[in-house]
Unconditional design. Structure first.
Ligand code: XMP
Length: 535
């Protein structure tokens, strides 16, 4: 399959470049800057990302351009553009002041294929401390802003471009047009990367890879592991055994509901109710890290015990997705994020890893789920932490506290699902483009508040008590905090601006119906500096 390679020089926006290319129905891989694949016949073009470095930093990342130059069309973005200019004989110098924010392309070569369909004055987003002050021999400027002379360039007669702005970010209004011009017109993408082609190709590959082997998969009730399970079961049927461990700290009735969903999907699932063990091991533990460690250890123990019963299993499947794996590099070259859904399976089981979603972004996983006809409520389910409500109860954990929190959380989540809002214009277009099955009427679509939010939940502040009055009675009970955030990848998040009437109703309902709670607060912290979970 055709692919674009994005060489990652450590920019915060490298993943965004990947998303934008995928939105053009074109497969792409983000690789560390120095890991260009040798002899991959599927590569049709290369993008060099931005970087936190200046080209003059002694630790600045550098590559041998002769490996790719002349072989593929190349687009350098920000540092990528400066690096090529600097290396090929141009000049890069510190800008008099950092060039940051919105600017307009006051001069553009509209004949240049990179700028097809552009309009003069197009807004772009800049973010760099250095700037190109002289181009290499044979390079020509093709766009400038009032302050940036070489906002974009091309090496004459060669398929090599550089842009000092960021076409991948939302504030570059025609950024996706530029990327389309590069990926489709210049690199010649057939734009045949779609959910349907992915399902077809992956099921065929899995049949090939897994043959008659048995596979084990740990389900969490979340969208990633569920979609992975359905894909694999399409390839090998009930030679896939799924294990779903209930640690007792899932959402209200979630274990039963999810087991029901899995049955309807035809999955072969072993549900293990291990809540007693978890509650007993967690009794009296208040330290958040300690809680996480105990839950992680117990989970692995129980999962392994079940997995070992499947004697001839050869593979462990996981719902790992692309953002879990991308090796983003920070200034020291260390991996920022590493992630594994299931850890520490015994070596003697000798299982090989099968990760069919490892190239997909979250929204693509959802598309694949829809493509396979999975129910919408499973596909749109918010992310939920592995340790469950344990990291949403401050202080020690008891079944009674879990019951209180489950009830409050259930009111909140049901409320979010029931509260409908209308969207039009660009907002509606985005929802429809993602394949969400909603009908447009008079230019508007109706979606739930739940679907507009990345993640929401209630937190029981069980280390806090406050005085209240109910009827004629004085109460002295716990507050519940509500948290709802918007995000695209959970790396950063903002608190959701929920409607006041909604919050008023939810607060009343929780205090009136959930015994043990007499106060409701709303968490208005963004991430960073806060995190999404409280523990
Ligand atoms: P934080 O709290 O770090 O959370 O902002 C970021 C995202 O990760 C989820 N999360 C977890 N997921 N196991 C998981 O599978 C965990 O231990 C865990 N802790 C946090 C969190 O819900 C959010 O989506």
């Amino acid at each position: 399959m055709q692919k674009i390679i994005i060489l990652d020089f450590g920019s915060q926006t490298t993943q965004l470049i990947g998303r934008r290319v995928r939105e053009l129905d074109t497969f792409c891989e983000i690789l560390p800057y120095n890991k260009f694949p040798k002899n991959d016949p599927d590569v049709i073009g290369v993008i060099l990302s931005g970087s936190p470095f200046s080209v003059y930093d002694p630790e600045a990342f550098s590559i041998d351009l002769s490996e790719i130059r002349g072989r593929y069309p190349i687009l350098g973005i920000c540092y990528g553009a400066q690096f090529m200019s600097h290396t090929l004989g141009g000049r890069v110098e510190p800008a008099p002041s950092r060039e940051y924010g919105r600017q307009h392309l006051t001069a553009i070569d509209l004949e240049n294929p990179l700028f097809r369909d552009f309009v003069k004055g197009s807004q772009v987003w800049m973010s760099h401390g250095d700037t190109i002050t002289a181009l290499p021999q044979g390079f020509k400027p093709i766009a400038s802003t009032e302050t940036v002379q070489f906002a974009a360039y091309q090496s004459e007669g060669e398929k090599l471009w550089g842009v000092q702005f960021h076409p991948e970010v939302f504030h570059s209004i025609q950024g996706s047009v530029l990327l389309r011009n590069f990926v489709v017109d210049i690199c010649g993408s057939h734009q045949d990367w779609s959910a349907a082609s992915f399902v077809e190709a992956t099921v065929a590959e899995l049949k090939d890879q897994l043959g008659n082997d048995r596979v084990i998969l740990g389900l969490s009730g979340g969208v990633d592991s569920s979609v992975a399970a359905v894909l694999i079961s399409r390839a090998i049927g009930d030679r896939l055994t799924c294990i779903f461990v209930d640690h007792g700290m899932l959402r209200k009735n979630e274990f039963q509901q999810v087991m029901e969903d899995y049955k309807v999907l035809g999955l072969n699932v072993i549900g293990v109710d291990a809540s007693e063990k978890f509650f007993s091991d967690l009794a009296g533990v208040t330290d958040p890290e300690q809680k996480r460690k105990i839950i992680g250890r117990d989970f692995v123990e129980i999962f392994n015990a079940e997995a070992k019963k499947i004697k001839d299993a050869k593979w462990l499947a996981q719902g790992t997705i692309y953002p879990d794996r991308i090796e983003s590099l920070n200034i020291t070259g260390k991996v920022i994020k590493s992630h594994h859904n299931v850890g520490g399976l015994p070596k003697e089981m000798n299982l090989q890893l099968c990760e069919p979603l490892k190239w997909l972004f979250k929204d693509e996983v959802r598309r694949v789920g829809r493509q396979m006809g999975m129910p919408e409520h499973l596909i749109t389910r918010h992310p939920f932490p592995g340790p469950g409500l344990a990291v949403r109860i401050l202080g020690d954990i008891t079944p009674e506290k879990v019951r209180i929190l489950q009830d409050a959380d259930d009111i909140f989540i049901r409320g979010l699902r029931d509260y409908k809002i209308k969207l039009s214009g660009e907002e509606a277009r985005k929802v429809l483009a993602a394949g969400v099955p909603v009908a447009m009427q008079d230019g508007e679509i109706e979606v739930s508040l739940y679907d507009q939010i990345w993640q929401a939940g209630a937190i029981l502040l069980s280390t806090v008590r406050s005085v209240g009055v109910m009827g004629d009675e004085r109460t002295y009970e716990h507050p519940v905090a509500l948290r709802a955030v918007t995000s695209t990848d959970a790396m950063t998040a903002d608190w959701a601006h929920l409607p006041y009437d909604f919050m008023a109703n939810i607060s009343n309902e929780i205090i009136n119906k959930v015994r043990g709670v007499n106060r409701v607060c709303y968490d208005i912290s963004s991430k960073p500096p806060a995190t999404i979970e409280w523990e």
